[in-house]
Design a protein around this ligand. Sequence first.
Ligand code: NAD
Length: 452
Amino acid sequence: MKISVIGTGYVGLVSGACLAERGHQVTCVDIRPEVVLEINAGRPPIHEVGLENLLRSARDKGLLSATTDAKPAILDSDVTLICVGTPTVDGRMDVSQIVAAAEEVGAALANKRGYHVVAVKSTVLPGTTEGPVKAAIESHCGRRVGDGWGLCMNPEFLREGRAVEDFRVPDRIVVGATDPITAEVFLRVYAGFTCPKLITTPRTAEMIKYVSNSLLATMISFSNEIGNICSAVPGVDARSVWKGVHLDRRLTPINGQVGGPAGVTEYLWHGLGFGGSCFPKDVAALRSFGRTVGEQTRMLDAVLDINADQPLRMVALLEKELSLAGKNVAVLGLAFKPGTDDLRESPALPLVAELRRKGAKVLVHDPIAMPHAKRRTEFRDVVFAENWADALRKSDACCLVTAWPEYREIQPADFSRLMARSLVIDGRGVFEPAAMVEAGVVWRGVGYTPES
Ligand code: NAD
């Protein structure tokens, strides 16, 4: 098929590259010329494992190109995927990007011959596809939906950091279509994908995405509340608690792959809370949507409240051990999770701000996200270290924020050898407390307080 993709961020570019890999002819459209240039040069503007190879191979086979010019790209395609951002502004979903994209699609479809399917892949609240998106397309193309074009909602479930793998082998494909012909035509995009395919209405498809993200976010905030209780009981180790809980077969997937620290899922595991461009904004948007339809959102309120507090627990743990004014604090990891360069809503942001506010000198390191961090005002006053050892050298304390594999390799003796005072606050439950204590490291973490 010929596919145009509007918006080439994490979702648009990964979808485009993976669909080109399947033999579709893909044209990516973005309003940022610098992003288009990078894509056409075979350099992904975002970090995702496997994306560069995929992009280069698709480009070299002539199956993927990028442009800032939406109209010809849409006219020369059978299907358009809308993958632009849907941020929350003051806790409410902002539809301005999606409406602008829908208007461009509508304007192009005014001159289109042959059936065309428009699919919303962006995460949008129930009613958006059949409301503002449909209205924007109809008013700009002068034809009602069903008259030469069809509309559907196809939520995307990929995770940053594993986006290519998730798109290639999805758990499910959900298509919320306004009519059966549109669903049938659109499913040709996913010909050859063997996962379950669920056909539903656009509103239900929209809701499925919010419920999926909100459930995972709820699991994380639940885990953090439990981790905080464990911290308050010396000798109870939240890491073992999760391992014990996951031995329940109701929580263990049949294939045994749960995708987190050994034997557990990463969503039922204490830490610094969730971040990134999706969970915080989607839970906030569902909460405000719930209120607009007259429902209380006590659970979602708690999920967001717990998440906002969690990064600051690291500062409280630090302050029990030393006064922060004038001290050197190393922060390992800036990305909101391993595998991505995305800093949006990362727990590192409030943590670094609070450390600076308390007068600490902050040294940061991240294997991938530092170029992005250097451009952000939040990191104006910090020192960027070349590697983790440089960050630790002469530091009075270390905060482990992102569980990058290379940080898991740091040995307890490295902390005692490099640091002025080996105090480690383990925000992700990565290090073994007993081994740290044996090496003379003062280890503190969310989820566990050693017995005195
Ligand atoms: P992003 O911010 O990384 O990318 C959006 C892109 O759209 C940008 O490159 C922007 O320049 C471009 N854009 C905006 N308006 C445009 C227009 N009119 N024409 C062409 N390009 C335009 O966003 P993302 O992370 O890829 O997310 C996109 C959507 O997918 C959001 O609704 C998000 O909630 C959802 N989603 C994201 C993820 C994820 O992990 N990032 C996963 C699933 C779903």
